[in-house]
Ligand binder design. Structure first.
Ligand SMILES: NC(=O)c1ccc[n+]([C@@H]2O[C@H](COP(=O)([O-])OP(=O)(O)OC[C@H]3O[C@@H](n4cnc5c(N)ncnc54)[C@H](OP(=O)(O)O)[C@@H]3O)[C@@H](O)[C@H]2O)c1
Length: 249
């Protein structure tokens, strides 16, 4: 259940909010009182549908996270319209799986560009606002694959592990300015990204998950909302694993 009003007066930017986990994060942050700008690459119809749920609080923007100029425009618009930015959720991500011997440069580069390099650039664009405010919460959506690896996902695992290093380094860099930086590492969540998994693979995964089921996007979104809120005021540089007990360290 959403904690009504916990994010009242806060302004958030979520990348990749048109579908899946990003959409659930957008909906959850708004339900707790935040004004939420969210980007998408191409799914305009889906993004507009999300925004219709609360037109006064939800603002969809078509912008590819790889396009630094377009993303700078998004940050500038938020600054002009809201005068602040409290929460950044770096969620947009893709997978281009292949065994390493067959992996093309484009598959490697695209995954690193979308999942990691874009996060560096957007965070650098947002930081001056949070530094001026002397407050902010940055949440990077990593993956358990970044912690444990997975055959056929060397590009994705590298990007997601990189995000964890990025999170820890930045947390140390900006903590003294009251800016918190954390990562969330979901396990197998029911979205378009996992929809293509064959039934036998799903069944095999399920057997290895302590809770014996895949997760729902809402179950990741609630953790993101917690990290975004003052309830997590003494948490920074951490990785919260949301995987139903697939990975128990
Ligand atoms: N699903 C899982 O099991 C799982 C597990 C661990 C981590 N994750 C991570 O969680 C995040 C969300 O995954 P998901 O499963 O919700 O994925 P999804 O259903 O495929 O949705 C991806 C979202 O990212 C957006 N996006 C993709 N490339 C983009 C780009 N270049 N610029 C702007 N937006 C872009 C998409 O926009 P369009 O709709 O316009 O294409 C969409 O909103 C990703 O970082 C993923 O790696 C997912």
């Amino acid at each position: 259940m959403a904690c009504e009003g916990r994010l009242q007066g806060k302004v958030a930017l979520v990348t990749g909010g048109s579908r899946g986990i990003g959409r659930a994060i957008v909906q959850r942050l708004a339900s707790e009182g935040a004004t939420v700008y969210f980007t998408y690459r191409q799914a305009r119809e889906s993004a507009e549908r999300v925004a219709m749920e609360a037109p006064e609080a939800l603002f969809p923007v078509q912008a590819d996270v790889r396009d630094a100029e377009a993303m700078a425009g998004v940050v500038q618009r938020i600054q002009e319209e809201q005068g602040r930015l409290d929460i950044l959720v770096n969620n947009a991500g893709i997978a281009r799986d292949n065994l390493l011997l067959r992996m093309k440069d484009e598959e490697w580069n695209e995954v690193l560009e979308v999942n990691l390099f874009s996060v560096f650039r957007l965070t650098r664009q947002v930081l001056p606002i949070m530094l001026r405010q002397r407050s902010g919460s940055i949440i990077n959506i990593s993956s358990i694959i970044g912690l444990m690896g997975n055959a056929g996902q060397a590009n994705y695992a590298t990007a997601k592990a990189g995000l964890i290093g990025f999170t820890k380094a930045l947390a140390r860099e900006v903590g003294s300015r009251n800016i918190r930086v954390n990562a969330v590492a979901p396990g197998f969540i029911e979205t378009d990204m996992t929809a293509g998994l064959p039934d036998d693979v799903r069944t095999a995964f399920r057997q290895q998950i302590a809770l014996r089921r895949l997760g729902k996007p809402e179950e990741v979104a609630s953790v993101v909302a917690f990290l975004a809120s003052d309830d997590a005021s003494y948490i920074t540089g951490q990785v919260l694993v949301v995987c139903g007990g697939y990975l128990i360290a």
